[in-house]
Design a protein around this ligand. Structure first.
Ligand SMILES: [Zn+2]
Length: 193
């Protein structure tokens, strides 16, 4: 499948790397807040779940996630566990068998950072040059504290499964894009009548 829309919104890492900017105008959904943008971008490196088009094959993209070619298999495993969790946030079963996310994150070195001024605390990566796994784990801890974690969902369309941040007031968003996956689902329902 090939949608011009998908090709033009393209590289989800662009959404995370805000310096390249203007993503909100290219895509009807702005990228997820805080550290969730990293997770959203990682999940969406699998650009097309039906063809397997995967930007982690690109050295430039890997660099943005701080991984080398050797780290791609682990990153892919983490990515699909994250996708399954995003599906769970939307009330859907996993798209395939995955390693439980908690099992992967248990290996992430984190520490508690306490702010001396007000005593507030946050989980942060143990090392300055943190691994992707630690950065993802810290982002989940941050989003959990902020109450945003369960708003990072995966698209209901089986041939999409992109991650998106659900900004709908009631938190019942179903598709990565109303213009693409939402419209296609409506068209299918219409044809089925
Ligand atoms: Zn979608």
């Amino acid at each position: 499948m090939s949608y011009p829309y998908r090709a033009s919104t393209g590289n989800a890492v662009t959404a995370w790397c805000r310096t390249t900017g203007n993503v909100a105008t290219m895509n009807e959904r702005a990228s997820a807040p805080g550290g969730l943008a990293l997770i959203e971008a990682l999940v969406n490196t699998l650009q097309d779940i039906t063809t397997g088009a995967d930007t982690l094959g690109s050295a430039k993209v890997r660099e943005r996630f701080g991984i080398t070619a050797d780290g791609v298999d682990d990153a892919r495993e983490l990515r699909e566990s994250l996708r399954a969790t995003c599906l769970a946030h939307a009330g859907h079963p996993p798209h395939r068998a995955v390693t439980p996310l908690g099992e992967l994150l248990a290996k992430a070195p984190l520490r508690v950072l306490v702010d001396d001024r007000d005593g507030s605390a946050a989980l942060v990566p143990l090392h300055d040059d943190a691994s992707l796994l630690s950065r993802v784990a810290a982002a989940i801890a941050e989003a959990t504290a902020a109450g945003t974690w369960t708003r990072l969902k995966a698209c209901e369309a089986e041939d999409c499964r992109w991650a998106f941040y659900d900004r709908s007031p009631a938190g019942r968003g179903r598709w990565c894009s109303m213009a693409v996956c939402g419209a296609r689902a409506k068209m299918r329902r219409y044809r089925a009548k």
